[in-house]
Write a protein that binds this ligand. Structure first.
Ligand code: UDP
Ligand code: MG
Length: 317
């Protein structure tokens, strides 16, 4: 296999404190990899400004005019990290590259793991997923929710790699497959796991964020998790069906028992408390189930409109 032209895709949302240093560090990585003959000299960085409100875009513009190996685009507004990643991967496929690596703007992921990613790529792997060694840098909240998410996904039969965030290498073939999928809300971790290309895993160390704060909040993490579940599993819907069936059966038994007591034992039950409890429990279960179905209806609603996945304001190539 020839030495690849590498594109590094970085989603950025209000990252004015990080970008410059991150770009410098990625260029240092490039120098290292070029010396080792692992990537071509025209390898480049592609930054996607996900509708930042700070100076992120003006910094990207300046970096681009200083060095054309910094490219990028700016969204008109904030579309979320998955859309920014997607836009970056689509753009580098258009511009041209042999493989692309996506990494966060805060460089929490050890960028030198890319060397190992490239070794796997040269061995013929199309996807190389970075797996974090530990979650020491995460808050307790993030640790618990992440664990819950992976447990749920596993339970639902979706085998996404554990502790893999979107730090991965994708070959050109992988990028071409990505173009065939035009879901509005593509859950990239699920997607790259599902398409069946040859996949390798590489462990890496996580560092604390060197500047700024996490750009995810409770709501956006929840949205990401729910999208992951509803995009890749219909098990919750089946669960509703089975639960409904069990409840109907239970109701039938209770009915039989009531009739039996009335006719044969002649003591009409005076279970006020029982009624209230049953009403609340069943009401709760029903609402919960309607909620699950609602999540899927919502997903369908978003998809059928076929709205553009993101809107680009400016592109620098
Ligand atoms: N990000 C984005 N759009 C968003 C939220 C985040 O492009 O709406 C980017 C962010 O700039 C960063 C990456 O996604 O490059 C990961 O975000 P962050 O480091 O804040 O997440 P965490 O490390 O806390 O999971
Ligand atoms: Mg981070």
């Amino acid at each position: 296999m020839n030495i690849p032209r590498l594109a590094v895709v970085i989603p950025c949302f209000n990252e004015e404190l990080c970008i410059e240093r991150t770009v410098r560090q990625i260029f240092e990585l490039f120098e290292h990899l070029i010396r080792l003959n692992k990537i071509k000299r025209d390898s480049y960085i592609y930054l996607v400004d996900d509708g930042s409100k700070d100076r992120t875009w003006s910094i990207i513009e300046r970096l681009h005019y200083e060095n054309r190996l910094v490219k990028g685009q700016r969204f008109v507004t904030n579309f979320g990290n998955q859309k920014a990643l997607l836009a970056g991967l689509e753009a580098v496929r258009r511009i041209g590259c042999d493989c692309a690596v996506s990494i966060d703007a805060d460089l929490q992921q050890d960028e030198y793991a890319v060397e190992k990613f490239l070794d796997k790529y040269m061995e013929g792997y199309d996807i190389v997923c970075g797996i974090r060694n530990d979650r020491k840098t995460d808050s307790l909240f993030k640790k618990t929710t992440a664990l819950m998410f992976y447990r749920t996904m596993n339970l639902l039969g979706v085998k996404i790699p554990k502790n893999h965030s979107d730090y991965r290498l994708v070959s050109r073939k992988g990028l071409e497959v990505l173009e065939l999928y035009n879901e509005s809300y593509l859950f990239l971790r699920g997607f790259f796991n599902e398409i069946g290309l040859k996949t390798a895993y590489v462990n890496f160390d996580v560092k604390p964020r060197f500047a700024g704060k996490s750009k995810f909040n409770f709501y956006s993490l929840m949205a990401l998790a729910l999208n992951g579940i509803t995009s890749y599993s219909v098990v919750p819907l089946r669960f509703v069906t089975v639960l409904g069936f069990l409840m109907a059966f239970f109701g039938f038994l209770v009915g039989l028992e009531t009739v039996f007591e009335k006719i044969f034992l002649n003591n009409s039950p005076n279970g006020w408390a029982t009624q209230v409890i049953l009403l609340c429990v069943f009401g709760g279960i029903q609402l919960f189930c309607v909620g699950i179905i609602g999540e899927y209806v919502g997903q369908i609603f978003q998809e059928v409109k076929r709205r553009p996945r993101y809107i680009t304001d400016t592109e620098l190539k």
